[in-house]
Design a protein around this ligand. Structure first.
Ligand SMILES: Cc1cc2nc3c(=O)[nH]c(=O)nc-3n(C[C@H](O)[C@H](O)[C@H](O)COP(=O)(O)OP(=O)(O)OC[C@H]3O[C@@H](n4cnc5c(N)ncnc54)[C@H](O)[C@@H]3O)c2cc1C
Length: 471
C-alpha cells in the first residue's frame, strides 16, 4: 500500500454504483491517470493514491457522486487545478477525487449588475479575459492565475497581487451554489450587493478547503476595467530598509494596487530566468503600482518615491511603458518557479501586521542563518503576507530536511509572536494542521470542529484537512 492517510468504505461498490448511475460521467480508474492526482504543489507531503478520479460536467452529477460516496462511506477530495500549496487537494488513499476541470463554462456576464456567474473549473485568467472583453475587471489575481481555477480560489480564499486594494477572493463572492455532504444542492446569495438574511454562509464556505461543501457555481463581483497602471521598482541595500518602506507607504496613506517584495536571492533567480536587468546586488526590491485614473496614478507614484528614498532606497526606476510593467509583474509572479531552478524550494506563507514587516524580515534572515539554510523571501508585502522559501541542496538529503522542519517551526513562532498568522493565503490544508490550535486556541478550534460536525457529520469531505485530529 502507498503512503497512507485514510482508507475506508466500500470502494469497489462505489465504483460499480457510479458506473451504473452515472454512465456518461468521465471516471479515471487507471493507476497512471490516478497518479497525476496524487499531489498538489506540495510535493514533500505524504499523500495517497485516489481510488478513482471523477470529472463531472454538471451539478447533478456532483450531487449524485457525493450521495453515492456517502452510501459507500468513501471520502471525497474536491480538486481544481492542483496548484495549491497546502496539500488540501492531494489524494487520499481510497478516496474519490472530484476534479472540477470539466465544469469550465462562464455562464453569465451581467453588465447591469456587475457580476459574473461561473462554473468552478474555469481558469482564473480565462475568467479575467472573458470579462475584460466587455470592459470589466475581476480583481482576485493569485500569481498562479494562468493555471489555477476559480473553484480552487474559492476553496482557498486565494489572495494575489492586487488584494491590497481590491480584497481577497472572499470579498468578490456574492453568490454560490454548493453541494453539501449529504448531496443536497443549496443556493446561497445571488446578485444582491446587500443581503443579510440569515447566517453568513458564503464567507464560511469560501476558504473552507473543500471540507464543508463542494462549490458548483459562483456569482462574483466585477468592476469597470481600471486604467493602465503606473509602475515603479525600488531597490534597497538591506531587507529591513525595504520593510521600512512598506510600513512607510502604508503609514503615508497611499493606496497602491500592488506592493510586492523580492529579496536578493529571489531577484537573482528571477533575473537569471527572465533577464529583466534587475539590480542583482540589491538586498531587496519593491514593485509598486497605482491604477488611479489619469495623472493621479503618476502622482501616487511621485508620492511613493520619497517614502522609498526616506527608507533608504538606493535606486528607484519607473516602468517606461505597459509592456515593461507587465514584464516586471510577470517576473514577480514567476518568482517561485524561478527559485525552483535554484534548488528544492519549499514555500511558506506567513503574515504579520504590516507595521511588523521590518521585524519579520529580520527574523527570517536570522532563522536562515541559525539553521544553515538558504531562505529566499518574496511576497505580497503590502498585505503583510510573505513567502519565505527555503532552498534545499538536493545532495544534502535528510539532514537538510530535519533543519528545515526546525526552521519552519521557528518561522511560525516568529510570525505568531509578532501578532501574525502561519498562513496568509495558502491555507492550513494538510501542511499546517499542527499549528491551528497554537494560532487560534483550543476554544476557537472547538467551534470550528462543531461546524464541521454539523455540516459533515460523517467526515466525508476532505477528511484530515484543515482541522487537526481531535484530542
Ligand atoms: C507558482 C504559484 C504561485 C501561487 N501564487 C498564489 C498567490 O499569489 N495567491 C494565492 O492565494 N495562492 C497562490 N498559489 C497557490 C494556489 O495557486 C492557490 O491556492 C489556488 O487558489 C489553487 O487553485 P487550484 O485550482 O489549483 O485548486 P486546488 O489546489 O486543486 O485546490 C485548492 C483547494 O480548493 C478546494 N477546492 C477546489 N475546487 C473546489 C470546489 N469546486 N469546491 C470546493 N472546494 C474546492 C480543494 O479541495 C483544495 O482544498 C500559488 C501557487 C503556485 C504554484
Amino acid at each position: 500500500m502507498d503512503e497512507t492517510t485514510v482508507v475506508r468504505g466500500d470502494g469497489a461498490g462505489l465504483l460499480r454504483a457510479i458506473q451504473a448511475r452515472l454512465p456518461d460521467l468521465r471516471l479515471l480508474t487507471d493507476a497512471l491517470d490516478r497518479e497525476s492526482y496524487r499531489r498538489d504543489e506540495t510535493a514533500y507531503l505524504a499523500t495517497g493514491l485516489p481510488l478513482a478520479v471523477a470529472l463531472p460536467e454538471t451539478t447533478t452529477q456532483v450531487a449524485e457522486l457525493v450521495r453515492l460516496c456517502g452510501e459507500h462511506d468513501v471520502p471525497v477530495v474536491p480538486r481544481g487545478a492542483g496548484t495549491g500549496l497546502s496539500g488540501a487537494a492531494a489524494g487520499i488513499a481510497g478516496a474519490l477525487t472530484i476534479a472540477f476541470t470539466r465544469m469550465r463554462s462562464v455562464l453569465e456576464i451581467d453588465e447591469a449588475n456587475l457580476t459574473v456567474t461561473t462554473q468552478p473549473g474555469v481558469i482564473n485568467a480565462d475568467l479575467k479575459a472573458a470579462v475584460a472583453a466587455r470592459g470589466l475587471f475581476y480583481a482576485p489575481d493569485p500569481a498562479s492565475y494562468e493555471t489555477c481555477t476559480i473553484g480552487g480560489n474559492l476553496g482557498t480564499n486565494a489572495g494575489g497581487l492586487c488584494c491590497l486594494k481590491y480584497g481577497v477572493t472572499r470579498d468578490a463572492v456574492i453568490g454560490l451554489e454548493v453541494v453539501m455532504a449529504d448531496g443536497t444542492v443549496v443556493r446561497l446569495g445571488g446578485k444582491n450587493v446587500k443581503d443579510v438574511a440569515g447566517y453568513g454562509l458564503i464567507p464560511l464556505l469560501v476558504g473552507s478547503q473543500g471540507t464543508l461543501a463542494l462549490i458548483t457555481e459562483a456569482t462574483l463581483r466585477l468592476r469597470p476595467a481600471p486604467p493602465e497602471r503606473a509602475t515603479l521598482i525600488a531597490f534597497f541595500g538591506t531587507l529591513e530598509a525595504a520593510g521600512q518602506a512598506v510600513a512607510g507607504l502604508t503609514a503615508a496613506g497611499l493606496g497602491p494596487v500592488t506592493l510586492e517584495l523580492m529579496d536578493r536571492t529571489t531577484i537573482r533567480a528571477v533575473d537569471d530566468v527572465h533577464r529583466l536587468g534587475l539590480d542583482r546586488d540589491a538586498a531587496a526590491m519593491l514593485l509598486v503600482e497605482s491604477d488611479l485614473p489619469g495623472q493621479a496614478a503618476v502622482a501616487e507614484m511621485d508620492a511613493a518615491v520619497p517614502v522609498c528614498e526616506g527608507a533608504g532606497a538606493t535606486l528607484v526606476i519607473r516602468a517606461e511603458n505597459a509592456q515593461e510593467a507587465e514584464w516586471l509583474r510577470q517576473g514577480r509572479r514567476l518568482a517561485y518557479k524561478a527559485l525552483e531552478q535554484v534548488g528544492v524550494a519549499r514555500m511558506e506563507d506567513i503574515g504579520v501586521p504590516r507595521s511588523r514587516i521590518p521585524e519579520m524580515l529580520g527574523r527570517i534572515e536570522a532563522i536562515g542563518v541559525r539553521h544553515r539554510l538558504v531562505v529566499a523571501t518574496f511576497g505580497h508585502a503590502g498585505d503583510g503576507n510573505l513567502h519565505p522559501t527555503f532552498l534545499l541542496d538536493r545532495s544534502e538529503g535528510d539532514a537538510a530536511v530535519v533543519r528545515l522542519d526546525a526552521a519552519r517551526a521557528d518561522l511560525y513562532e516568529a510570525a505568531l509572536d509578532l501578532g501574525g498568522t502561519v498562513t496568509g493565503e495558502h491555507g492550513i490544508g494538510a501542511a499546517r494542521t499542527d499549528w491551528l490550535v497554537r494560532q487560534r486556541g483550543e476554544a476557537a478550534v472547538a467551534v470550528m470542529r462543531s461546524i464541521k460536525v454539523a455540516l459533515d457529520p460523517r467526515d466525508l469531505l476532505n477528511p484530515g484537512r484543515m482541522l487537526p485530529p481531535a484530542g
